[in-house]
Write a protein that binds this ligand. Sequence first.
Ligand SMILES: CC(C)(COP(=O)(O)OP(=O)(O)OC[C@H]1O[C@@H](n2cnc3c(N)ncnc32)[C@H](O)[C@@H]1OP(=O)(O)O)[C@@H](O)C(=O)NCCC(=O)NCCS
Length: 323
Amino acid sequence: MAGRSVVVGVGHYLPKRVVPNSEFEKTLDTTDEWIRTRSGIERRHFAADDETTSDLAAKAAEAALADAGLTADDIDAIVLATSTADLTFPSAATMVQARLGMNRGFAFDVQAVCAGFVYALSNANALVLSGQARRVLVIGAETFSRIMDWTDRSTCVLFGDGAGALVLEGQEGQGTSDDRGILATDLNSDGRYKDLLYVDGGVSTQSTGHLRMQGNQVFRHAVEKLAKTAEVALERAGLTTDDVDWIVPHQANIRIIQGTARKMGLPMDNVVVTVQDHGNTSAASIPLALSVGKQSGQIKQGDLIVTEAIGGGLAWGAVALRW
Ligand SMILES: CC(C)(COP(=O)(O)OP(=O)(O)OC[C@H]1O[C@@H](n2cnc3c(N)ncnc32)[C@H](O)[C@@H]1OP(=O)(O)O)[C@@H](O)C(=O)NCCC(=O)NCCS
């Protein structure tokens, strides 16, 4: 017998405002066609001016709790992945805790940019396996629209806002790869690549700043590192790519998603794709894709899923889990 962190609920929330590519044609030297063919993105959601990351996160968390048939009283911890928290402190996670009416347990944010949800899932799994929490809400939530430079066509057309959440619950398994739940994780970072993707501001430099990216350089690292980390996670679980039902990748760019699947030897039929509707929602993109994938009937109980993500840091990683 072995402990496993099993997904017992999933949900998401997207802000009401949908922005099609054509809207950028009015203010930038760009076209719907360029954005579609280079990134796969067709539209994205942007939060309203008075809507914050913790607002999106709380709504996604409520949806995940409803899906699990649980209430906030059943939850021991909240781990929230974000790089765009409402305030410098407290954490967005504790703000969600209050919003849910959760009066016990603990909550904290994880900051690993686009790899944030993979990092949060891995940490939440460790909390469950070490007995520090039985049920954990794991959330990815972002308002990247707040850190865009609206004059930079090479970045501002690529990102969107949103939130997704999972409820993880500790259950007994057999200790084999047939178990439901998280089977293995793989986390990596390499701070030497800071200049490829960063925000040129922050508390200690006394500004909010804007996202800066050398897109083609990030692209070069992405496919290689994502295929490798996914394969490492699968290997740690005693599995290979042949066992995978779904790759649920970070949704940054359709060409990165296709390149990674190709490198792993899997067809696009085995990939959950939402980038066309959401753009890159950073730490929110994987839980959003898991929620949409379940709602659409693609992901079913017992399916073997590998998630993979890379982002600023560079930070990257993967989680192999059975749904
Ligand atoms: C950003 C990205 C779509 C750009 O595509 P690309 O094929 O690499 O294009 P390049 O950056 O080489 O730029 C090619 C040209 O398109 C132009 N361009 C950039 N954005 C444009 C836009 N929105 N509309 C029209 N032209 C644009 C560039 O200015 C450049 O023009 P130039 O040749 O005259 O200098 C691509 O690099 C990418 O997706 N990278 C990964 C980024 C990512 O997903 N990061 C997040 C990881 S978490």
